[in-house]
Design a binder for this molecule. Structure first.
Ligand code: SF4
Length: 485
């Protein structure tokens, strides 16, 4: 039986996509391994948000090249194939050794879609000349062609099925059955100037409402307690349709209220019996609506946590980033959430050292950072991502040492904020769903997404149990706790 190894970089969406790949490969008769040297196929589900992750893909591919060369020298016939997908890929295609003719490379720079399987016979993706050991590229939305590609490479029929034909419909084989991610939307229409996603994922597509509800019901019937709705821009889910809903308070069909399609999706999911927790990521501030914010308080299962990307305080900078929110609106939403629930957790993304970021602009972001008291933040030093608008139009003009200094300043404030916010959790009794074990410690999250760790002296709990705990200790970004009986 052939084996595969999959390495997933960064986000929840990538993790959910890797679960789709798991389903297809296992149903195609392959077996998963955690050791890349034991694999026949190594898959990198890549991310271009940080340069270091792209560099790791190059480094790991080089290790595979060396391993294959060693096997060749020893006369072995089993080689490792490499497949790269997601952010780093623009076009599905094959290494030239699998092509019958020496094709003239077109060098796909933007996304190019494959119209049918015959279109796979190209090596246009720019990764091929940079990574000679790469066997094939496959855009994840075209994952239905995976059995066809493997059949062509191995020269033997790899099972396929038309249920994989639609990316959004193909199922995930979940690694974590109690806490499942469900893809609700893919692609992005926002074109933030620093971001590659609209060029790798394409335009926004929302998954049919009925498919999401039925998948969620099936998951819960099989024991899932927590569902994370994932997409690049979940709160613009279904934005093509404005759904009018029955106004229950006024109890008359003459009084319509407007509810966002994502808000409506949350309300329907909330009616699923035994579903304990709903989370969602990522949400864009300019697409946020009052009904989605209210759902955190009005619905029994929506957790008191929100990831909300600010990126910068400065309105000129936000315009340059093509972000359509402004800081005042963002801050008001943060304050509204915390006014209703002081323990409401909010995390954010910030870029320091973006093109033309002055000291004054940065100092304003510092003020915003202090004012919003984020519970967590992903702080990035700007680096040019090839293919983005910024890479073509803006200079990378903030020196590296200034970026580093700004990054350290924000991280220092972050730790102060986290300590202050986490102190509010001390001595509270919280419900935690156990998701995993690291060394001797069990871990997972409170409803407000605080990561907690503990050692079970009694051997009484198992993964996926929901247990009551008393928070007893702060440990930088995480909490430690003891079981309550
Ligand atoms: S909203 Fe902006 S940062 Fe987020 S995926 Fe879309 S383009 Fe990228």
């Amino acid at each position: 039986m052939r084996k595969y190894y999959i390495k997933t970089f960064w986000c929840e969406m990538n993790k959910a996509d890797s679960e789709k790949v798991n389903m297809i490969l296992l149903q195609s008769g392959m077996m998963k391994t955690n050791d890349w040297k034991d694999a026949d196929l190594v898959i990198y589900n890549t991310c271009s948000v940080r340069q270091k992750w792209e560099d790791r893909v190059f480094g790991m591919s080089e290790e595979i090249r060396r391993e294959n060369a060693k096997r060749k020298e020893l006369g072995e016939t089993r080689y490792i194939l490499t497949w790269i997908t997601w952010c780093m890929v623009r076009k599905t295609g094959l290494n030239k050794m699998y092509l019958e003719e020496d094709t003239i490379r077109k060098k796909a720079k933007k996304i190019e879609y494959i119209k049918d399987s015959s279109w796979i016979f190209n090596n246009d993706d720019k990764l091929f000349p940079r990574l000679p050991p790469l066997d094939f590229t496959l855009r994840i939305e075209e994952v239905k062609y995976l059995p066809f590609i493997l059949t062509h490479i191995y020269w033997e029929k790899i099972w396929s099925d038309d249920k994989f034909d639609d990316y959004l419909k193909s199922k995930q084989l979940r690694e974590n059955p109690a806490s499942a991610s469900v893809i609700v939307q893919t692609g992005c229409d926002n074109y933030c100037t620093f971001c590659i996603v609209p060029y790798t994922r394409g335009r926004e597509i929302s998954r049919p409402h009925a498919d999401i509800i039925s998948e969620a019901k099936e998951l819960v019937a099989n024991g899932t307690k927590e569902i994370s709705l994932v997409g690049q821009n979940v709160n613009s889910y279904g934005k093509q349709s404005n759904i009018k809903l029955w106004n229950e308070e006024k109890s008359t069909w003459n009084e319509w209220i407007w509810k966002s399609p994502f808000g409506q999706l949350l309300s329907e999911l909330d009616t699923i019996e035994w579903l304990d927790r709903i989370r969602f990521t990522s949400s864009n501030p300019h697409d946020m609506t009052a009904d989605i914010l209210d759902s955190h308080f009005d619905l029994k299962s929506t957790c008191n946590y929100l990831h909300f990307a600010l990126q910068s305080w400065d309105s000129i900078m936000l315009k340059k980033m093509n972000r359509r929110h402004n800081y005042e609106l963002f801050r008001d939403m943060v304050h509204e959430l915390r006014a209703k629930d002081p323990l409401f957790s909010i995390s954010t993304d910030i870029i320091v050292g973006y093109s033309w970021e002055t000291e004054e602009m940065f100092q304003n972001t510092v003020k915003a950072f202090k004012e919003c008291e984020f519970d967590f933040a992903f702080i990035a030093r700007y680096s040019v991502r090839q293919g983005t608008i910024a890479s073509k139009a803006f200079p990378d003009d903030v020196p590296d040492e200034v970026k580093a200094e700004r990054w350290h300043i924000l991280n220092k404030i972050l730790l102060e904020n986290v300590t202050k916010r986490n102190t509010l959790m001390l001595w509270r009794i919280e419900e935690v769903m156990i998701s995993g074990q690291k060394d001797d410690y069990f871990f997972w999250r409170t409803r407000n997404f605080k990561e907690v760790f503990f050692k079970d002296q009694t051997n009484s709990i198992k993964t996926w149990d929901i247990v009551s705990v008393k928070i007893t200790e702060l440990d930088r970004y995480v909490l430690r706790w003891e079981l309550q009986y």
